[in-house]
Design a protein around this ligand. Structure first.
Ligand code: UFG
Length: 333
């Protein structure tokens, strides 16, 4: 892996992908983005040096073209579907895009002699927590097709690593959050289901209210606890992971989280402080499949990558998300 080679970022026009692309470019790396723009946004790729290819990760002809035309040294894969609820009602969509399509990508990589792969995995592969915080040895028993599709691909990667010498990192994200410090790019899902953007939209008045999904959980204030990890920190971990693998490290899996949990109620209060607005709240029913608490044990990432979250303060995370909602994202409403 040299700086003459490019990194192929599949899903580079999406939320986490686009932040990683910017950091790659800032570190002097050449980047090719492949994105089908089903959920991604072309305008999220702000650097002109990036080569953008519109296409699907399961399209072998497009992949052959990309691998032939560009000198690709490694692949980062951010192009999974990630709506947990939808994965339950439309599992075929998830197994197709999150499992079958990446198999085509991995085949194309083998055919073109590319063997470094960074995979966006998830804490959803652990399923219902048996203990807290979650370390990487926690049993992986996902409770929805989204988590299952991610775990299946992790298994594929382990087997390909063993048999074909693929070098991979499976990075298990906790709750991706926040936006770029300069407010230029950020979280823009359609439909939006994630807590932080919904809370901030309620603060901005573009959403009537936020519904808290359950206040009868066995947590101190009864609402669910999550580990919110800033997208800048996630992106940084990808760059460190690719360097490690390129320098000869063995394949690995690790959590990416802060190790700090915040409840839904706590987050809403903090958002009120950050925005200076009163946020209309309604207490609703529990959402199916929500574990009471998901917090990472982040030690392995520190040990392997020298990585730990820089954004450990929820206030800062909310400030970056608020700057984005009031800035470029406004035009998207
Ligand atoms: N929540 C609400 N009201 C809302 C939206 C969310 O109370 O309107 C609560 C949820 O119940 C949960 C917390 O806010 O307790 C966070 O919910 P998000 O939907 O923002 O995130 P999740 O924790 O459900 O999901 C995240 C990732 C998924 C991943 C999952 C792992 O977005 O991709 O973690 O469990 F699968």
């Amino acid at each position: 892996m040299t700086h003459e080679q490019s990194i192929l970022v599949v899903g580079g026009a999406g939320y986490i992908g686009s932040h990683t692309v910017r950091q790659l470019v800032d570190s002097g790396q050449k980047v090719v983005v492949l994105d089908n723009l089903v959920y991604g946004h072309r305008e999220a790729i702000v650097d002109e040096s990036v080569v953008f290819v519109e296409g699907d990760l399961g399209d072998r002809a497009v992949l052959d073209r990309v691998f032939t035309q560009h000198h690709i040294g490694a692949v980062m894969h951010f192009a999974a579907f990630a709506y947990v609820g939808e994965s339950v009602t439309e599992p075929a969509k998830y197994y197709q895009n999150n499992l079958a399509a990446p198999l085509v990508l991995l085949d194309a990589m083998r055919a073109h002699g590319v063997n470094i792969f960074i995979f966006s995995s998830t804490c959803a592969t652990y399923g219902n927590p048996e203990y807290m915080p979650l370390d990487e040895n926690h049993p992986q028993n996902p409770i929805n097709p989204y988590g299952a599709s991610k775990l299946m691909l992790e298994r594929v990667l382990a087997d390909y690593s063993h048999a074909y010498g693929l070098k991979y990192a499976a990075l298990r994200y906790f709750n991706a959050s926040g936006c770029s410090e300069d407010g230029k790019i950020g979280e823009d899902h359609n439909p939006e289901t994630h807590l932080i953007p919904l809370v901030l939209e309620a603060a901005a008045g573009t959403r009537e209210k936020i519904i808290i999904f359950g206040t009868d959980y066995p947590t101190p204030d009864g609402s669910c606890i999550r580990d919110y990890i800033h997208v800048h920190d996630l992106a940084r971990a990808h760059i460190l992971a690719i360097q490690q693998l390129a320098d000869g490290a063995a394949s690995f899996q690790c959590n990416l989280g802060t190790g700090i949990g915040h409840s839904v109620k706590e987050l809403i209060s903090e958002a009120e402080r950050v925005t200076g607005k009163q946020i209309p709240v309604e207490i609703g029913e529990r959402r199916a499949g929500d574990p009471p608490e998901l917090v990472a044990a982040p030690a392995k990432a520190k040990e392997l990558l020298g990585w730990e979250a820089e954004y450990k303060d929820l206030t800062k995370i909310l400030e970056t998300a608020w700057a984005w909602i009031n800035g470029p994202r406004q035009g998207h409403f």
